[in-house]
Design a protein around this ligand. Structure first.
Ligand SMILES: NC(=O)C1=CN([C@@H]2O[C@H](COP(=O)(O)OP(=O)(O)OC[C@H]3O[C@@H](n4cnc5c(N)ncnc54)[C@H](O)[C@@H]3O)[C@@H](O)[C@H]2O)C=CC1
Ligand SMILES: Nc1nc(O)c(N)c(N[C@@H]2O[C@H](COP(=O)(O)O)[C@@H](O)[C@H]2O)n1
Length: 190
């Protein structure tokens, strides 16, 4: 289902934490037989340009001509040499100068810049910090899709169960797909 959702968006966005952890491809490749993949534009929020030069995202079109090279959203203090190297490989580095106290590009500016480049339907896939930032940004999120899969993850340490600054969500629909339960929701008007 994740890949079907990817195929219905113009762009798919993750944070640099996800790129470093998972080395994802962010393509829409696992579709039912007969469906032509329509790959989204990959976008990485990477304020200091830590994307590894051997990231799978940078190999995309070499492996499959239908894939797109990533747009990498950097902050004003990113290294110019690293920027040049990424651009030589074919990535587009988008510098957003409006950053928060921690040097992270403000999401309103990021989304505006992506829209200006034609990415109007944006799927935010992760990770935790980026999803949290979107949920905290007013009016930035139109739908949430939450999948509960029968897999235990995480180590022994717990994480705080309640984050009081995040908005409440309003479930709209549930459905079971194979072993997964999927909930579609929107943000509750407070
Ligand atoms: N199960 C799932 O569906 C998914 C799970 N993941 C998991 O999430 C984990 C990675 O998550 P995180 O470490 O939280 O990293 P993350 O992927 O959320 O990236 C965080 C980084 O993004 C950058 N960033 C730029 N602008 C930002 C902004 N406005 N707000 C917040 N961050 C901004 C910062 O440098 C920050 O360090 C991995 O373990 C990965 O496996 C990731 C994607 C999907
Ligand atoms: N297992 C899983 N289920 C989902 O529903 C997800 N959205 C993800 N997300 C992330 O997918 C990435 C793997 O990416 P590619 O398919 O190689 O592009 C990885 O970042 C997962 O954390 N995963």
């Amino acid at each position: 289902m994740t890949h079907r959702m990817r195929a219905t968006h113009d762009a798919i966005l993750v944070g640099i934490g996800t790129v470093l952890c998972d080395n994802p491809q962010l393509s829409a490749r696992l579709l039912p037989a007969g469906e032509t993949p329509c790959h989204p534009q990959p976008v990485v929020l990477d304020p200091m340009l830590r994307t590894p030069m051997d990231a799978r995202l940078l190999a995309g079109p070499k492996d499959n001509a239908d894939l797109k090279m990533p747009w990498i959203v950097a902050g004003p203090n990113a290294d110019s040499g690293k920027r040049r190297l990424l651009e030589e490989l074919g990535a587009t580095v988008i510098v957003v100068n409006d950053v928060d106290d921690e040097g992270r590009p403000r999401l309103g500016k990021v989304v505006g810049e992506l829209e200006r480049r034609g990415a109007k339907r944006l799927m935010v896939e992760g990770g935790a910090q980026v999803i949290r930032a979107f949920l905290r940004s007013e009016r930035m999120v139109h739908r949430l899709v939450i999948t509960i899969a029968p897999v235990y993850i995480g180590a022994a340490e717990g994480v705080p169960a309640v984050d009081t600054v995040l908005p409440h969500i309003r479930p709209l629909a549930y459905e079971q797909f194979g072993c997964d339960v999927v909930m579609v929701a929107d943000l509750q008007k407070q």
